[in-house]
Design a protein around this ligand. Structure first.
Ligand SMILES: Nc1ncnc2c1ncn2[C@@H]1O[C@H](COP(=O)(O)OP(=O)(O)OP(=O)(O)O)[C@@H](O)[C@H]1O
Ligand SMILES: [Mg+2]
Length: 396
């Protein structure tokens, strides 16, 4: 009997254990099913969110254009409302035109009447417009602009920067015209000289031939100088809109330029005096290009001065600028020509300039480097008294 009870008890226990295991198993299975469903819901939600984001990025959301997408592009983009205030601008626009422009009138950054008028035209006609714009202040810039209807009350202005392409095109045609004109003279001298040596009266006369050689050499050097200066000019013109970002010390640069020009100064018996009371005069600049600027100005001051004269170089600091003055006691520039000396190939007295090896490109190069540094150059001159070049670089 006892055994029967024990057997029944054990059977019951096994049954209970089996049932509870089964229900635990079912519980676990149900729980994991719930978790699976939850995970599915979550991933569906994430997918949905991603889709919405993608859609917003592609089409722009209701609040305005999605910044994410438009901040990735290198071209400038503004969203403008019907009052012509800036609703949105992308990173490229901030880089080019500055920060804190949201809410400001578009004319504060783009003072281009054609753009301003055409915003109204696009809003009223609902037809997009494409306008080419050329800005010349502070430097040459060229944009193809698209004014595109965004919705009833706003337009998008998209500026494609074509500055470098247009500059290259214009430089190429200018370059061809300038080079052919300026190279023709020395080339003709060389041709004539060679003809005389080859077939002319000097063909059998060694002494006459020897006389021609220095002229041929001089004209070849002249051609070489023109080509070198033209290349230098076209390089700086292409990069003029990129402002240098490195800190340089103007005093150090001028000191080394005076040192470098010692030979021409000695040859012309001219003394250069540098006055710069502070230890440092730092600006944002390009060391090599600034060396080119001061070399040109000191070289001119020496070339266009009589023997025994002085050159005074003064450097000054104030809150807004670092000011450099290079003043000579030379022949001076006639009043009517002062504003022309920075033109390519302009020389007050071409034969005098050619005698001293000048190409007439020095000050054109200087002007572009000064523009690149966002600096100003002022020229004061009086015939027979002297010339002063005053350069103002923005303080850091
Ligand atoms: N300090 C100066 N005094 C008098 N005339 C000057 C002075 N600087 C420039 N000029 C005049 O301006 C012209 C243009 O100067 P620029 O430096 O561009 O050319 P350059 O000296 O003739 O040639 P380069 O600089 O290429 O050797 C000169 O030919 C000269 O007539
Ligand atoms: Mg010069």
């Amino acid at each position: 009997m006892d055994l029967l009870f024990i057997l029944i008890g054990a059977g019951l226990a096994i049954f209970v254990i089996f049932v509870s295991f089964k229900s635990i198993g079912a519980g676990i299975a149900a729980k994991s099913e719930i978790n699976r469903q939850k995970d599915k819901l979550k991933s569906d939600e994430i997918e949905k969110e991603e889709e919405i984001l993608e859609e917003e990025e592609l089409n722009g959301n209701e609040k305005g254009l999605s910044s994410n997408t438009f901040n990735q592009i290198d071209d400038v983009l503004f969203e403008i409302d019907k009052f012509k205030n800036i609703k949105f601008l992308n990173t490229a626009a901030t880089k080019k035109f500055g920060k804190k422009l949201q809410g400001k009138h578009i004319a504060t950054v783009l003072r281009v009447p054609e753009i301003l008028q055409n915003i109204d035209v696009v809003l009223s006609t609902k037809k997009n417009k494409k306008i080419d714009i050329e800005l010349n202040n502070p430097t040459f810039q060229f944009f193809s602009s698209y004014i595109i209807l965004n919705n009833q009350n706003s337009v998008v202005i998209f500026l494609k920067d074509l500055t470098e392409i247009i500059k290259t095109q214009r430089l190429r045609s200018d370059f061809v015209a300038n080079v052919s004109h300026e190279l023709r003279t020395p080339l003709q001298s060389i041709k004539l000289g060679l003809e005389t040596i080859n077939k002319g009266h000097a063909s059998n006369d060694f002494e006459s031939q020897k006389k021609f050689l220095p002229i041929l050499f001089q004209q070849t050097v002249r051609m070489e100088n023109i080509v070198r200066d033209l290349l230098s000019l076209s390089k700086i013109e292409l990069q003029e809109h990129i402002r240098p970002e490195k800190k340089v010390d103007i005093k150090k640069i001028i000191s080394s330029v005076i040192e470098m020009n010692n030979e021409i100064l000695k040859k012309n018996e001219i003394q250069a005096e540098l006055k710069a009371p502070d230890n440092e005069y730092e600006i944002l600049g390009d060391q090599d290009r600034l060396t080119e600027v001061f070399s040109n100005l000191i070289d001119n001051a020496a070339k266009y001065s009589k023997k025994g004269k002085k050159i005074f170089v003064n450097v000054e600091n104030n809150e807004e600028s670092v000011i450099v003055s290079i003043k000579d006691q030379g022949i001076g520039i006639p009043k009517e020509y002062i504003h022309r000396v920075t033109e390519r190939f302009f020389r007050v007295n071409p034969s005098k300039s050619k005698d001293v090896g000048g190409t007439g490109l020095g000050l054109a190069i200087v002007k572009h480097i000064i523009n690149q540094h966002r600096a100003d150059m002022d020229i004061k001159s009086e015939e027979g008294v002297g010339t002063e070049f005053i350069l103002k670089f923005p303080a850091i």
